[in-house]
Design a protein around this ligand. Sequence first.
Ligand SMILES: N[C@@H](CCOP(=O)(O)O)C(=O)O
Length: 501
Amino acid sequence: MKLTDFPSDIRDLVIPAPAGEMLYRCLDCGNEHGINELLYVCPDCGSVMMLHETSNLAAKKADGPTWRKVLDHRRMLNIPALKGIYRYHEFLGPVVPLESVIYLGEGHTPVVEANSRLQELTGARFFFKNDGQNPSASFKDRGMASALSYINSLIQKGTMKEILAVCASTGDTSAAAALYASYLTEGIKSAVLLPQGKVTPQQLSQPLGNGAKVFEIPGVFDDCMKVVENLSSRYDVALLNSKNAWRILGQESYSFEIAQDFDYDMANMVVVVPIGNAGNITAVMNGFLKFLDAGIIETLPKIIGVQSHHANPVYRYYLEPDTAKREFKPVTVKPSVAQAAMIGNPVSMPRVINVVETYNRLSGQKNVFFMEVTEQAIMDSELIANRNGHIACTQGGETLAGLMEAVKQGLISSDETAVIDSTAHALKFSGFQETYFTGTFPPEFGITPNPELINAPEELKAEGLTEFPASGAPLTGEAFERFVRLSADAIAARLNLSRQT
Ligand SMILES: N[C@@H](CCOP(=O)(O)O)C(=O)O
């Protein structure tokens, strides 16, 4: 749709120009810092930071109903920079010019309602939001589009050049970082640090394919993260983990999309997310808080964060009901099929503590909850979801298991609707499905396959056939016809098919 065809009252607001002022704010000492250089921790006290816009730009530009109209009309624009997460420009990175935005097709992922069988089994009405349908097949693309667009704006201004982008990863962050960095060919290279043997082959192939330098390091993700933090504190590199607050901003788009997809009515809504490095739950809560502040939504949805019992530091922290007695203790992780979330010392924990407090306060009640689920429940839930038409990854299985646990605990009532996060595509984690189907999980996972969920290919060589087609040596004539007929009959016999009359 062309700008001239938009209603005149919103025409000036539809295409955003860079505006406002953004600063890093330390969550511990409260000090603020300019954004001209990339900062990951507060230069004064070393704590994590968040980015915020200081001039109240969104509120000055329009009220809530007007914003709703603007955002809905932006859907109809054919401007690539506004097709992805930057549809929400004023709420993400208002200082970033549209010419700097890197758009690779991220965001606006489908929200797919579970069929009645799955809803009955779960005990709740719910939708999967398929973030595996992002370009590198995970939600990390939202954060990378934001971080790399900002870096691109600094390159274009001449403030940054010859960048080496680094990250530690359980597989999804590295795929997204390598993809976005490879698009930005001018002046940027990427290097990723992976815990050796703890990233799926599909995830390992992604940064390799995009030309990143890949380092496999002994240990778990938490060890890689420490190395990356050390690198970024002593060398000239751009850190692309969610410690980088630009990543958090991009991931807030997840909440903006949910609000928009449900016509901005968040009453009786529940949003369920898995927790690993805790950047995502931070972003999801912060996104809803921004829309509440701008009057775009009137209610904050309930948030449920889910962790495996093999990597549960956030869940454990919130087990203590007395806020004053809570003490964060990193945990030693055990093997988890929700491998992307196998993290014992999440870098965003201080952000979670800060934002949960604000979220509950502005909700007027406790509105953020944490669930723990077993490895067995995660794997079974993923397979059950996918048997009902979904493309859930193991983290998607974790959120479904978390939703079921929340229903069991009476946290979800019959008038509530949940949106649960499948953070990546099922195909990235197909190895765990294979391990389940072949019953070969090492004992430390504690997973026993349910025979009803197991599936395997069957070899079919019909009885009576002596000649078979082979690659480069096709059958022809009577031999080919016999092969087709007898193979079809053998399949019909195995499937108990009746003949057409
Ligand atoms: N699950 C993550 C771990 C790193 O998280 P990040 O959001 O801090 O980059 C991954 O995919 O690597």
